[in-house]
Ligand binder design. Structure first.
Ligand code: NAD
Ligand code: UD1
Length: 339
């Protein structure tokens, strides 16, 4: 299929473009490079030996986006483009509403005009808020804990309403748990600007000597070792979930509006991760126990069985591979893409 990938130069997007090309799809990427380097796509081409059509375009720019659709005539869109820093979204919510929600609305208008009605959207486990029980199934109640999460939930609702109004759309909402890891070539990976907010990129920067020690945000949670438990998933497994979603649309033609968790179904604590990363990089990771981070919850992990049943997808890679691949990327590219 001919797929247009918004945000395709970013972390999850670049890994997904590799898998799309490897599966024989044609790919065009739209990205405004607000949180990515175009070098990621050079490396995607190096890994796959295939070409990516790249457009440096903001998805809120309807005129240029329209031209891209005319040029490329994509049959489906995988929509990653968005801002994702939870703390920043609390400080500057309008920036998130404008970029994430406004950008999606413009994209949907342009898609409709172009007659492209197949959409795979990057949602997040954040839409489950503070889950009452685990593992989390897709039919659990949703709630909002911050403006970033609100953008995900609003966009999910917009897509559900759109589908209800016009069932010729195919909409697949993928709720990601905690993506980590990197392509095993060590050529593409996560390259956050500034001090990372999330656990794995932070640990990786400590391991490479760019940060001093990890602060463990609380050891008094109701978990086996007191630290927060999450469902970490290898980014390549996650990327493959998107290929399965596209294949479902390609095969079935009318899939309706579906929601799938993409997680492994296994939870690891912060201390488990620090230990596993230490093994992968061959050094002890220094850490201190700090206070809880506002808004954090004890335990989050997926029930990924629906994705297995209906997409034929399940995660393959274990935590040691997630850490080894993160370390390969970080140690071979201590300055990320170098910009
Ligand atoms: P990322 O920041 O690496 O990728 C997002 C990409 O979108 C970037 O390349 C950025 O330049 C681009 N972008 C942002 N706004 C744009 C706009 N207006 N027009 C064009 N391009 C724009 O982030 P990621 O980790 O790859 O996440 C991809 C998607 O998955 C995001 O929507 C994110 O919210 C969602 N998600 C991520 C995680 C995670 O932990 N990484 C978890 C759940 C959901
Ligand atoms: C983050 C996002 C959430 C997103 C999810 C999946 C925040 C506040 N939330 O949540 O919206 O859906 O990723 O990608 O960014 N931790 C430390 N020290 C650190 C960093 C984290 O101890 O320096 C702990 C956290 O308390 C948590 C675990 O590590 O228990 C994972 O944290 P993080 O990587 O930020 O992911 P989430 O909290 O799950």
């Amino acid at each position: 299929m001919k797929i247009l990938v918004t945000g395709g130069a970013g972390y999850i997007g670049s890994h997904t473009v590799v898998e799309l090309l490897n599966a024989g799809h044609e790919v065009a990427v739209v990205d405004n490079l607000s949180n990515a380097s175009v070098r990621s796509l050079d490396r995607v081409e190096e890994i796959t030996g295939k070409k990516v059509h790249f457009y440096e375009v903001d998805i809120r720019d309807d005129v240029t986006l329209d031209e891209v659709f005319k040029n490329e005539q994509p049959e489906a869109v995988i929509h990653f483009a968005g801002l994702k820093a939870v703390g920043e979204s609390v400080e500057i919510p309008m920036k998130y509403f404008d970029n994430n929600i406004g950008g999606t609305l413009t994209l949907l208008h342009v898609m409709k005009k172009a007659g492209c009605k197949n959409m795979v959207f990057s949602s997040s486990a954040t839409v489950y808020g503070k889950p009452e029980t685990v593992p989390i199934r897709e039919d659990f109640p949703t709630s909002v804990t911050n403006p970033y999460g609100r953008t995900k939930l609003v966009i999910e609702d917009i897509l559900k309403d759109l589908y209800k109004s016009d069932p010729s759309w195919n909409v697949i909402l993928l709720r990601y748990f905690n993506p980590i890891g990197a392509h095993e070539s060590g050529r593409i990976g996560e390259d956050p600007s500034g001090i990372p907010n999330n656990l794995l990129p932070y640990i990786a920067k400590v391991a490479v000597g760019k940060l001093e020690k990890v602060s463990v945000f609380g050891n008094d949670y109701d978990t086996p070792d007191g630290t927060g438990v999450r469902d970490y998933i290898h980014v390549v497994d996650l990327a493959k979930g998107h290929i399965k979603a596209i294949e479902k649309i390609e095969k079935e033609k009318h899939v309706g509006c579906k929601i799938y968790n993409l997680g492994t179904g296994t939870g690891y604590s912060v201390l488990d991760i620090i230990e596993a990363f230490g093994k992968a990089c061959g050094k002890e990771i220094p850490y201190v126990i700090a206070g809880r981070r506002e808004g954090d919850v004890d335990t989050v992990y997926a029930d990924p069985s629906l994705a297995k049943e209906e997409l034929g997808w399940s995660a393959e890679y274990d935590l040691s591979k997630m850490c080894a691949d993160t370390w390969r990327w970080q140690s071979q590219n201590p300055d990320g893409y170098g910009e």
